[in-house]
Write a protein that binds this ligand. Structure first.
Ligand SMILES: Cc1cc2nc3c(=O)[nH]c(=O)nc-3n(C[C@H](O)[C@H](O)[C@H](O)COP(=O)(O)OP(=O)(O)OC[C@H]3O[C@@H](n4cnc5c(N)ncnc54)[C@H](O)[C@@H]3O)c2cc1C
Length: 472
């Protein structure tokens, strides 16, 4: 296998190399290496903890550029990684060609047929705004800052998921550059095996998706928000939420979480340095029914802060209030079929910092799944990685690189202590770094993994697309 290490030596000035010059001649976007200005901007992503240093980056301006970059990698036997926003980094791509899709931002909304066509670099915000002008919504997740295509290839679980399923269920077609550099279209009727494999198996594994067509859904104003309760009653809130969602209508997608807000200026004053247990969610049915559901919580125990109320879905970011500034973070995940009291107590113990110490795991959120998510699971590639009832996400910040080992240790210990209660399957979108490689196989039943591997072996027999989900 050729390596391009010679291009990565940090010397001043733009690279001039006959091989790269040929590639540059065929690409209308940019081709950059470590020697070029623009290298850091082209490789940096949202999650600053993962310092990705590919040998060559093709910042594509067109689908054709993507094909040129992928063909170049194929000719030289190089590995390929894909980056849109850097919210979901995979294995470190040193020595690889990175295809940066962030400039492929075209979005077209067809309100009559309720379809959106979305370029590989577009974030959900570029889809949600124009779709909402027609009273329509895509199945985005907790933030409009995430890339629509990368999110969808890993499933995509948002605030409408129990009603309409995962984002991957609502795809109509993908335009794909395969690992040999061929540009093709795939849908339920065109190359259907590839279409099936991409939906829940395709992030960084089967080529580069250059655009996708998705269904939009009629959603305008929802009843949504957060109840912030004092951390002291976390156990009561968690057990009440578990019992509350047991027979929840599909119009309700909700979560319960624990958040230790760090004592930093970025955090608004009433939350700074404090811990809360939070009941969060979105009701997409009749507004008065949503209000009635949340009134029952208000009557049970008055929250310290209450943001639930009618919300134009265009403002869906207000539900999770995810950060939008790049930051160094580590996260991990587990699925549960049930949440016995012992599991809740174990999670609470995990989230309780040692006396006198700051918390290492800052946030835990348990999302209620089931509904359409589970109903459509058997048709999806990642069948096991979406059929649990409760999805846990654990989040830590790594403000200093020297804290990384301690934070990794805390997340590992949290998973170990919860092991007796989990299903063992992973939700793919919540995996990052090495875990994207090592744990991805748990998202697939043996039959689906074998089927996915047949598609993988046909498209990418040398596993050069090995920086996304580890499925080979
Ligand atoms: C703040 C935050 C909130 C989130 N909320 C949710 C949520 O509510 N629900 C949910 O399901 N997930 C959520 N996620 C996870 C997110 O969906 C994944 O991290 C997803 O992979 C991000 O995709 P991206 O394109 O933005 O990121 P990138 O890091 O650019 O891409 C992620 C991976 O997808 C692959 N990829 C990207 N584009 C392509 C392409 N065009 N072709 C082939 N492979 C590609 C690459 O392997 C890459 O490593 C969240 C993540 C963050 C950081």
């Amino acid at each position: 296998m050729t390596t391009l290490d010679e291009f990565t030596q940090p010397t001043a000035g733009p690279t001039s190399d006959p091989t790269l010059d040929t590639l540059r001649a065929h690409v209308t976007g940019q081709v950059v290496t470590e020697r070029d200005a623009g290298y850091d901007a082209a490789r940096a992503g949202f999650n600053l903890h993962f310092d990705q240093r590919p040998a060559v980056i093709v910042v594509a301006a067109t689908s054709q550029d993507v094909a040129e970059g992928v063909r170049f990698a194929a000719e030289h036997g190089l590995r390929v990684s894909v980056r849109a926003t850097g919210h979901g980094p995979g294995r470190e791509p040193s020595g690889a060609v990175m295809i940066n899709t962030s400039a492929l931002t075209d979005v077209h909304i067809d309100p009559e047929h309720r379809i959106a066509t979305i370029g590989a670099g577009a974030k959900w915000g570029a889809v949600l705004g124009p779709a909402q002008e027609h009273g329509l919504a895509p199945l985005l997740g907790s933030t409009t800052d995430v890339g629509a295509v990368g999110y969808t290839l890993g499933g995509g679980m948002g605030w409408l998921a129990r009603r309409y399923g995962l984002a991957s269920d609502a795809t109509r077609s993908f335009e794909l550059v395969t690992p040999d550099g061929t540009l093709l279209r795939t849908s339920a009727t065109e190359l259907p095996e590839i279409f099936w494999a991409l939906k829940g198996g395709g992030a960084g594994t089967l080529g580069v998706v250059t655009s996708m067509e998705i269904d939009l859904f009629p959603v305008d104003t929802v009843y949504a928000g957060n109840l912030f309760y004092p951390i002291e009653i976390a156990r009561e809130v968690l057990t009440r939420w578990r019992d509350w969602v047991a027979d929840a209508d599909r119009n309700l997608t909700s979560s319960v979480g624990i958040m230790h807000f760090p004592p930093i200026d970025l955090v608004p004053e009433p939350f700074r340095g404090r811990s809360f247990v939070i009941v969060r969610g979105c009701w997409s049915g009749a507004l008065d029914e949503g209000a009635e559901l949340i009134d029952a919580w208000r009557q049970w125990h008055a929250p310290e802060f209450d943001t639930w109320g009618p919300l134009p879905f265009a403002a869906a970011d207000a539900i999770s209030m995810d950060p939008t500034d790049p930051a160094p973070a580590l996260a991990t995940t587990e699925w549960f079929d049930t949440l016995p009291d012992e599991a809740i107590d174990t999670l609470l113990a995990t989230m309780t910092p040692a006396p006198g110490q700051p918390p290492l795991v800052l946030g835990a959120e348990i999302r209620h799944a089931g509904g359409a998510i589970a109903e459509y699971a058997s048709a999806a590639a990642n069948d096991l990685g979406r059929s649990g009832e409760f999805l846990l996400g654990l989040l830590s910040m790594v403000p200093e690189p020297q804290l990384a080992l301690a934070v990794e240790g805390a997340l590992r210990e949290a998973r170990e202590s919860l092991a007796p209660f989990v299903t063992g399957a992973a939700y793919l979108n919540f995996l990052e770094g090495e875990e994207r490689s090592s744990r991805a196989v748990t998202a697939y039943s043996p039959e689906n993994l074998a089927r996915l591997r047949r598609v993988k072996a046909t498209l990418d027999p040398d596993n050069r697309f090995c920086h996304g989900f580890g499925i080979a």
